[in-house]
Design a protein around this ligand. Structure first.
Ligand code: ZN
Length: 135
């Protein structure tokens, strides 16, 4: 997909609701939606605010700090650009929302709920992405 300036991204799939998220990753930002009416933060993206139903929103870049709320270890099926088993973390971010992402650099058996994490940016193939690492 490309915008009016010809800049594009290589997200594996996107749509009108998710496009800003993948453009943010290309700029090394994890963006979430902030309601323009009531300031409610939401993630994953959605067309309207679940609190006040406003369709107006802005983006807010996350700072990257969080703690493990929960996690799972993905074994199967194999995914392009991922080694299995690989951990997938649901993190409580400092901004007060949860963010789901892959985690690298820590053995699956060493991951703990409450563990501090921080995200960093990388490319998986041609796709801009982020991953968590232990902080
Ligand atoms: Zn709202």
């Amino acid at each position: 997909m490309t915008d009016a300036d010809g800049r594009g991204h290589n997200a594996p799939c996107s749509n009108k609701d998710f496009d800003f998220f993948y453009r943010g990753l290309e700029a090394e930002q994890v963006l979430i939606q902030k309601c323009s009416s009531c300031s409610f933060l939401r993630n994953p993206p959605s067309p309207s605010c679940p609190e006040c139903h406003s369709l107006e929103w802005q983006t807010l870049p996350l700072g990257g700090e969080g703690t493990v709320h929960s996690f799972t270890i993905h074994h199967y099926p194999p995914l392009p650009d991922f080694k299995t088993p690989h951990p997938v973390v649901l993190a409580d971010m400092a901004e007060g929302i949860r963010l789901l992402g892959a985690m690298d650099g820590t053995a699956p058996e060493d991951i703990r709920i409450g563990m501090p994490v921080r995200f960093e940016f990388l490319r998986r193939g041609n796709v801009a992405a982020f991953r968590f690492r232990a902080a």
